[in-house]
Design a protein around this ligand. Sequence first.
Ligand code: PLP
Length: 374
Amino acid sequence: MKKIQMVDLKGQYAKIKEEVNASILNVLDSTAYINGPEVKGFQSELETYLDVKHVIPCANGTDALQIAMMGLGLKPGDEVITADFTFAATVEVIALLNLTPVLVDVNPDDFNIDIAAIEKAITPKTKAIVPVHLFGQCANMDEIMKLAEKHNLFVIEDNAQAIGADYTSADGTTKKAGTIGHVASTSFFPSKNLGCYGDGGAIFTNDDELAHTIRGIVNHGMYKRYHHDVVGVNSRLDSIQAAVLRAKLKNLGKYNSARQLAASKYDKAFSAIDCITTPVRSGDHVFHQYTLKVNGVDRDALAQFLNENEIPCGVYYPIPLHSQKAYVDARYNEEDFPVTNQLIKEVISLPMHTELDDEQIEFITSKVIEFVRK
Ligand SMILES: Cc1ncc(COP(=O)(O)O)c(C=O)c1O
């Protein structure tokens, strides 16, 4: 059996090696290392894939979030509501910009931001909602957009984990994750569904004016060379990463299908195991992570047992954001986070990537089942 990886980047690279190597060499020969034709090509191919008017590439997914918030003109003291159960980048940029993070609880089934909790948290100072499409599926965008309209709020989709997922609204229309709110961010960190071979990110929007503002912000606030109209940042996707991403974007549909196939095999193996809850699909799910909930099982002992059997696994996320030292705040009450406080004890993510084979899935599932039946 091939060694099991949490994410098998080597196996994936082997299949596109010739194309990727040739396009990287092309960039080297061209010397157009920054903002070269590869970046423009990738930008326009991603716009087509997502069916969005503007993709603005940048240096990473954290910058993408920060720049989106700067582009919207959010000001110190503005309240921004986001999920308590997610990666810290989301709340980090809110705090960095001196905005006020307002963390709220998530759903117990799909782990996405809880609509009732958002509604409860809205105050006259609230300016934006940042739903994170966690583990590969969209938050309830219909309800979030309704709330945003009612209270005149911006919606910034953190789409670092769900690129390529479809979201179907109650009226039957389907859009790609990250093209529904006012603006969205994504990450091309290597392990992401669309990952490059270093750091990378992008911002998406259908709003022409916002896109123009953001294009200046990513480039030192310049709209005309050496004319700095607003305070900006230096956040660029480099041409080598864009070349890698162009090769991988062509395969994104195939990659997401491979993840979905692996997820359905995991689901089937665990279907009769009462103490395991497999991921709930509230819509299309592109399985950035395959995350189980275990009930009445020592989750940390399970993780240790899997590691002893050379099965990597992860706990995403072990600490709620409201309890992280950097973000603790007297405003938060433990009673407001019952779901997150429970999830951090119960979740465990299994290897999930495009190269998992049947033998590996069989081994992983048999070891999980062996442990929970002990
Ligand atoms: C939900 C979420 N938001 C933001 C980020 C930040 O992306 P990056 O690592 O590219 O800065 C990540 C990546 O890990 C993420 O998972």
